[in-house]
Design a protein. Structure first.
Lengths: 116, 114
């Protein structure tokens, strides 16, 4: 596909369960980002990858959140023991490089997570 | 730390009206500034950008000028169309020319009536 693909598009889970969110970036994009968008809030940075390494994990809200990227491509964001405050839209973006003026972020449509 | 403040929304305008969406920022050094737009049912996409003071970004009839003296990057369009209805996000990156760890504002919803 031509764009960033995220799956699932919607996820409803019970409090305490673990969830995995997947992101397929645009082919050839070395940088990958995860953001969270809560109701009435802006986009909250979670983590970004350059290749398979994560130089900046400072936005992960707790140790229940983790992310990995393999093969410089697909990334998964895992939330363990979900809480109701984790309910949000999780957005993934990719770019050709992490520090290039001519390398804008391309966003997926997001995964809407609802924790009941 | 870095932050972006956008005017409160939503904003509703009639077609062909003039649009201004305010954005101010707080940052150390010389950030790059961006406007992203999210059309209904689509992912965010870059609308325009500026990397240094007094630069003007423009695209699709929208303009924004990087004002260091007022730490602002207000978005303007002279005549809006129904197709401009979307959510608009102002954002900054902490280093000139870099876009790692973008800091976004809360976004503002624009609705344009025919």
């Amino acid at each position: 596909g031509a764009g960033v693909s995220q799956s699932p598009s919607n996820k409803v889970t019970e409090k305490g369960k673990d969830v995995e969110l997947r992101c397929d970036p645009i082919s050839g994009h070395t940088a990958l980002y995860w953001y969270r968008q809560s109701l009435g809030q802006g986009l909250e940075f979670l983590i970004y990858f350059q290749g398979n390494s994560a130089p900046d994990k400072s936005g992960l809200p707790s140790d229940r959140f983790s992310a990995e990227r393999t093969g410089g491509s697909v990334s998964t964001l895992t939330i363990q023991r979900t809480q109701q405050e984790d309910s949000a839209v999780y957005l993934c973006a990719s770019s050709l490089a992490a520090s290039s003026y001519n390398s804008p972020l391309h966003f997926g449509n997001g995964t809407r997570l609802t924790v009941t | 730390g870095n932050s972006v403040t956008q005017m409160e929304g939503p904003v509703t305008l009639s077609e062909e009206a003039f649009l201004t969406i305010n954005c101010t920022y707080t940052a150390t050094g010389y950030p790059s500034l961006f406007w992203y737009v999210q059309y209904p049912g689509e992912g965010l996409q870059l609308l325009l950008k500026a990397t240094k003071a007094d630069d003007k970004g423009s695209n699709k009839g929208f303009e924004a000028t990087y004002r260091k003296e007022t730490t602002s990057f207000h978005l303007e369009k002279g005549s809006v169309q129904v197709s401009d209805s979307a959510v608009y996000f102002c954002a900054l990156s902490p280093h000139s020319g870099a876009n790692s760890k973008l800091t976004f504002g809360k976004g503002i919803t624009l609705s344009v009536r025919p």
